[in-house]
Design a protein around this ligand. Sequence first.
Ligand code: NAP
Length: 629
Amino acid sequence: MPLQDGAELRTALADANIQTLLMVYVHLTHDEAVLEQFAPHIHPVFSGRPSDIPDGLAAELREKLLHVLTTPGAAVAEPLPPTLMQRMMSVGVGEPVDDEYLPLLREQMGFEIPEPRLAQPGRAVPSERFRVLVIGAGLTGLAAGIKLREAGYDHVIIEKNPEVGGTWYENTYPGVGVDTPSHFYSYSFAINPDWTTYHPKGHEMQDYLLRVADRYDLRRNIRFETRVVACRFDEAEQLWNVTVRDKAGVETVIAANAVINAHGPLNRWSWPKIDGLEDFLGQKLHTAAWDASIDLKGKKVGVIGTGASASQLVPAIAPEVGDLTVFMRSKHWVIYNPEITSVVTEGKRWALRHIPHYREWFRFRVYWAAADGLFVNVLKDPEWPADSPSVSAHNEAMRQYCLGHLHATFADRPDLIEKLTPDFPVFSKRIVLDAGWFDALKRDNVQLETGAIDRILPDGVRMADGTVHKLDVLIMATGFDVANMVGSLEIIGRGGRNLGQEWGADDPRAYLGITVPGYPNLFLTVGPNSAPNHAAGQNLISETQIHYIIECLDLITASGARAIEPTHEAFIGWNDMIDRRMPEMIWTHPKAKSYYNNSKGRPFLSWPFRLVDYWNQTRKPIPDHFSLT
Ligand code: NAP
C-alpha cells in the first residue's frame, strides 16, 4: 500500500538515518547499482572513520525513495533474494557480514518472524497433561509465556510481584534507565517503533513489557504475588513438585512436568556487609528497593557504589539534595555514547512506524554496533603485553576513547581524573555509560570519596583516615548477588541432589547455561556462562534460550519420553570448552575483578564467544548430548 506524499513522510525522509533509508530503498527496488554507489562511502562504526556519504547522493536517494513509497506498483513484488540481502547488510555497516549471521539476523531483526509451532505441519502436538511451570514474569519469563503458548504447552508463570516486568517493575530509583539501545533491547517478535529515546527510562521499558503482556494476553497464565520456594523432583512420577508461597504465607505444591527458571540474575540484593550499617539512624535504602516516600530535598545524602545504578541515580538526585557524597570502592570504566540522552525525533519515529522495512533495518544497524561488533574488545591478542591495561589494539583504542572523554570532561579537575582512571582493561568489568554521571561529579554539592570506609556511624560514615561524613540518608547502589544463581530456591533433583549445594556460594555450572545433569526437565535461563558480557544482547540470549528449551520439550514430545537431561559427558565437555577458552578472554586478565568472576576468579557468568555463536549452538538439542526417560 503506497504511502501518502505529505509533510510527515517528507519530514521523516529528511530526518531518518540515511544508511537505513538506503536499505529500505534497495529492499523495495532490488536496485543493486544504487547500493554500490553508496558502498565506498559507508565505513564500519568502530573504524574511527565516519561515513562520508555525499549530500547530493543522499538527496537523490531520498527523492527516489519518496517516489517508490508513494507510487503504486513502484516497489518490486518479489521477495528480497538472500544474496542481495547479505550484500545490503555488508554495505549498510561498511564491513562484511558473513553467512553465519544471516539466519540470526533474519530472525532477530524481525524480517522473518517464525511461524507459531502449533501451525507447523507434522510437528508432534504436546500432551494436554504436560505442564510447564515458569518462575518469573520478567523479560525472559514473558518470552517463555508467549512461546510456550504458541507451541501448545500448558503452562503457569509464578511471579512474586503484583505485575509483570521483573527488573523493570522493581527498579524505580530516580534516573533508572536502559543503558543498552532499546531498538535492539526488546523482543524481535514485538518491535516497538515508539521508543522516545534510544536508551529509554525504566518506566518506558516497563510500559513496553506491560503492552506485550496485554497484547499476548499473558496475565491469564500468571499467578501473581506468589513466590516459588522449592522445586523437588519426584523420580517415580517424573514430575517436579514446586512449592509456592502466596502473599498470605500459605504454601501449596504445584506439580509440573518441566520447570523454566526465569527468576533473573539481577534482583537478589542484600545490605552490604559494612561494619555498623545496622546502627545507622538516618534513612537507609537500596536502589533495587526504592522507597519513593523518602524526601531527599536539601538532605545530606551518601551513595555507596559507583556502578550502572549509581551512575544513573546520582545525576537524577544531585540537583535536589543538599550535599551528596559518593563512596567509590573501586573504579569503573565509563563510556560516553553521544546517543545516550538523545531523543528519537518525531520524524524518525514516523519512519519507524510507517516506512516499510525501516524498523527492521534500523534494528539491524543497532544490533551490529551494540552487539557482536564489540566482541573484538574482549578477546585477548596473544601478542599483546600481559601487563598492559588493555588486551588488544581494539581494546586499547576503546581505552583511549574512554580516557579522551574522561580528560575532556575533567580538564579542570585533575583530582577527579586521577580518582576515576582505572588500571584494568575496559570491558573486564561491567562498563558504565555516561548519561550525566561525570557532570554530576563536577557539581559543587557532590564529592567523590575514594578512601576506604571504616564503619557506618549512627549519623554518617567514618573513613579509614578518620574523616567523618555526616549523613541524613544512606543509599546503597551496591548491586546484586549474581553468583548465587539458585538464590533462595531449594532445587532438589534426582537422588536427592541439591543444586544449591552442588554449586556452592558462587560456582554454578550447566550445559549451555541451560540444563544440568541430575535435574531432568529443569531449564535455566541466564544461567552459568551464558551472559553476553561483551555487549548488549540479553534479550537475544533470552529468546534464544526459550527457543532451545522448547526444542527440548518438543524432543520429549516427539520421542514419547517424559523427561530429558544432559549427559554427564556433554556437561563436562561443554564446561571444558568454556574453561579452555577463558584464558583467551579479557575476564581472566590479572586485573579483572568484577561480579562476572567468582571468589576463585573463575568467570562464571560470561559467554566467551559471540552472540551469533550462542544462537547457532542453540537451534536444536544434540540428541547424543541428552538422555530421554
Ligand atoms: P554493580 O555494578 O555491582 O555495582 C555495585 C557498586 O557498589 C560497585 O561500585 C561496587 O564496588 C560497590 N559496592 C558493592 N559492595 C560494596 C561494599 N560493601 N562497600 C563499598 N562499595 C561496594 O551494581 P549496579 O550498579 O546495581 O548494577 C548491577 C547490574 O545491573 C549492572 O552491571 C547492569 O548489568 C545492571 N544494570 C543495568 C542498567 C541499565 O541501564 N541497563 C542500570 C543499572 C543496572 P566495586 O566496583 O568495588 O565492586
